[in-house]
Design a protein around this ligand. Structure first.
Ligand SMILES: Nc1nc2c(ncn2[C@@H]2O[C@H](COP(=O)(O)OP(=O)(O)OP(=O)(O)O)[C@@H](O)[C@H]2O)c(=O)[nH]1
Ligand SMILES: [Mg+2]
Length: 675
């Protein structure tokens, strides 16, 4: 496709995207009014949905990485506001969503359901509050606070810490000798309750990063041994971009490898960036380390997705832009002090001005455009597709008007001749309809049945994932594979629909030539993209069911209470006593089996849905042909005076002129986008 190719070299910025988006809304309004009641083959409903989706489009950026990698500092430097607390340990279950809001506010949802909202407060107050609820005192760094919190979320307050519980914590966290820290565990656990464990933190702030469509998520740190929690997983799964933050030294990162291998889905890998932070600390080695990272990870992530940055330099740059002097910055914050001193010297050496040196060495000048380009290239492609569709509609409108003009002219010349002409076309259409049914029959034998490509893909998928489910070593892997399977199912559906459309399109084109000569009729345009959308939606019903299942797993993805999951989302009741509950192996086995069963059911039902969607093609084509026949029938019935005919022709020509002007605008627009 030329569009995809043109977009690859793209250099799209979010600001351009916003402008173009606005323009396309206007073009669509024009299209709707010009089109009027005429059916140009473009499915207006489906086009409208696509426009709506563009309107509501949001970009979700997930920022993940190990504890203390510099996630919060990175986000602050990106949004140009030091609002997230840094240098405090982010509570393991508390992820913070940040988005643009004219009025600052902070909303905290606790496990008990209690909601706290702070509005219209100064930055410092929001920051303090965030620190209070979303972080864990450094003292508790050596105990598995996340597991304790999770237990309380599920079971309510802990009344007593016994040996069994400590043993359980040891097993789950991989931390040894927790017994010695019993007092600390007690101190922590007794201070926690559902009322003070946050499950969702949302921060709206008027940060001066221009893009109100962006939502950033500051994720709790992942660690090398364990993976991530389910809330984090669901965010990663939804994210348009995932930024994995890692200090530039040492470049080799076990957590990153594990993150790719068994945490994120295959689909999410396509959205992954590796951001190496603290690059000012190793300024001399920076290039070498960056190259090394590109080499080490070459099989995991494309080199143009790896960046070296220094968030603190970027923060100093933003301070300077806000009018602060280096002296002031130096005094204000200890952590910036030495960089101010060092880079001031460097600026003199390199004859750069103050601002230049900080932004240059921050690395953000490379990262931000690349990130923006990545985020908006998919919506840009959608913009182009919509423009092409509208253009196609217009072209069809012009064809219809021209056909009508010709008919009107012949009506004026010789009425007998005119009637004969219409009848000929009607016969042609009737034949066309019969022919379409032949095509449909042919399609049915190609696309349905035991040996069809769809059946083969579905069977293969079932086999592949059966194997993966069986072999997965822990719940995390199982979760990833289940999502992978779901995504792949989706791909099978989309590919198959595309193939069916292609089949019809080619067949109809062939036959179109023939009919044009013989009957002087144009085959009506069929909006295959809309048919595909509709079918996808019909099939997607199945997908929602998949989602429900996954969500019920996610929600109850808790080793402490496996029976809850088994009861709530499966019909089968598995009774496991409290003791056995801690026997996670048994739980894992049961979970695996249930998952496999569910998956196979899902595939089977999807198949049915898919065949039903196929019927839809039949209906759509039949409907179009009928409409066209009725239109000719009407022309035949109406008796018109010559003046009336002249007037109508004039109006039609006027319409054509208007449409042609609009087509030209669209063509210029497309050209600009592809530049
Ligand atoms: N020089 C330099 N220091 C950085 C950079 N990024 C973070 N830091 C420092 O590293 C420390 C930890 O940064 P945070 O942003 O709190 O790290 P985090 O990943 O959010 O940590 P957790 O939320 O606890 O997992 C802070 O003292 C930051 O000032 C960087 O790019 N360059
Ligand atoms: Mg943090």
């Amino acid at each position: 496709m030329f569009m995809e190719r043109a977009l690859q070299k793209g250099n799209f910025r979010l600001t351009d995207y916003k402008i173009y988006k606005q323009q396309i809304f206007q073009l669509f309004e024009n299209y709707k009014s010009l089109r009027g009641e005429i059916n140009d083959g473009i499915d207006l409903k489906s086009l409208e949905t696509r426009i709506e989706n563009l309107k509501n489009n949001q970009f979700l950026i997930a920022v993940a990485g190990e504890v203390k990698a510099g996630k919060s500092t990175f986000i602050n430097s990106l949004i140009k506001e030091e609002i997230l607390p840094t240098d405090v340990l982010q509570a393991t279950n508390a992820l913070i969503e940040i988005f643009y809001s004219k009025r600052p506010y902070l909303k905290i949802t606790y496990a008990s359901g209690k909601i706290e909202v702070i509005e219209e407060e100064a930055k410092e107050i929001l920051k303090e509050k965030l620190k209070e609820v979303a972080s864990i005192p450094e003292d508790y760094r050596d105990i598995p606070v996340n597991l304790i919190d999770l237990y309380i979320v599920e079971n309510g307050e802990l009344m007593m810490i016994d040996d069994d519980f400590i043993k359980y914590l040891e097993e789950r966290s991989g931390i040894e000798n927790l017994k010695e820290l019993k007092y600390k565990i007690e101190n922590y656990a007794f201070s926690r309750s559902r009322d003070n464990i946050p499950v969702k933190i949302e921060l709206g702030y008027p940060f001066p990063w221009e893009f109100d469509e962006i939502r950033l998520v500051d994720m709790p740190g992942v660690n090398a041994i364990g993976g991530i929690h389910d809330i984090s997983f669901s965010f990663l799964d939804k994210a348009n971009a995932i930024l994995f933050i890692h200090p530039i030294k040492p470049v080799e990162s076990e957590s990153f490898k594990r993150f790719i291998a068994s945490v994120i889905t295959n689909k999410s890998k396509e959205n992954l960036f590796l951001i190496l932070t603290h690059s000012a600390v190793f300024l001399e080695e920076r290039e070498r380390l960056l190259e090394e990272a590109k080499r080490i990870y070459q099989n995991l992530i494309s080199p143009d997705r790896i960046f070296a940055v220094d968030s603190v330099l970027k923060l100093i740059y933003e301070d300077l832009k806000k009018g602060k002097t280096l002296e002031e910055i130096k005094k204000e914050q200890k952590q910036k002090r030495k960089w101010v001193v060092y880079f001031k010297d460097l600026a003199e050496e390199e004859k750069l001005d103050e601002k230049e040196v900080f932004i240059k060495y921050s690395g953000f000048e490379e990262l931000v455009p690349a990130l923006e380009n990545f985020l908006v290239s998919a919506p840009f492609l959608e913009l182009l597709k919509i423009l092409e569709l509208i253009k196609e509609g217009y072209k069809e409108q012009i064809a219809i008007y021209n056909e009508t003009i010709r008919l009107l002219q012949s009506q004026k010349k010789d009425r007998e001749e005119f009637l004969a002409e219409i009848e000929r076309r009607q016969i042609g259409l009737k034949k066309l309809e019969t022919y379409c049914y032949f095509v449909l029959e042919e399609a049915a034998t190609v696309f349905m049945g035991v040996d069809s490509p769809i059946e083969n893909s579905l069977d293969q998928l079932k086999l592949d994932y059966y194997d993966k489910f069986i072999k997965s070593a822990d719940i995390e892997e199982l979760r990833k594979y289940y999502r992978d399977a779901e995504n792949e199912l989706n791909v099978v559906v989309q590919e198959s629909l595309k193939n069916i459309s292609k089949f019809f399109r080619e067949k109809l084109e062939q036959v179109g030539e023939q009919f044009k000569e013989e009957y002087n009729i144009q085959i009506p345009k069929i909006d295959f993209s809309a048919i595909e959308e509709t079918c996808k939606r019909a099939v997607a019903k199945k997908e929602e069911i998949i989602k429900e299942v996954v969500e019920s797993i996610v929600e109850n993805w808790n080793f402490l209470k496996p029976w809850k999951w088994l009861k709530s989302s499966r019909k089968k009741r598995v009774v496991i006593g409290v003791r056995e509950v801690l026997d996670s192996e048994a739980f894992f086995k049961t979970l695996k089996n249930n998952l496999i069963e569910t998956f196979i059911e899902v595939v089977e039902e999807l198949r049915d849905q898919f065949y039903r969607a196929f019927e839809f093609y039949k209906k759509s084509i039949g409907k179009l042909l009928n409409e066209k026949r009725a239109y000719l029938e009407n022309l035949k019935k109406e008796l018109k005076s010559n003046e009336m005919i002249d007037y109508e022709i004039l109006m039609l020509q006027k319409n054509i002129a208007l449409i042609e002007k609009e087509v030209k605008t669209i063509e210029e627009f497309i050209e600009r986008l592809l530049q």
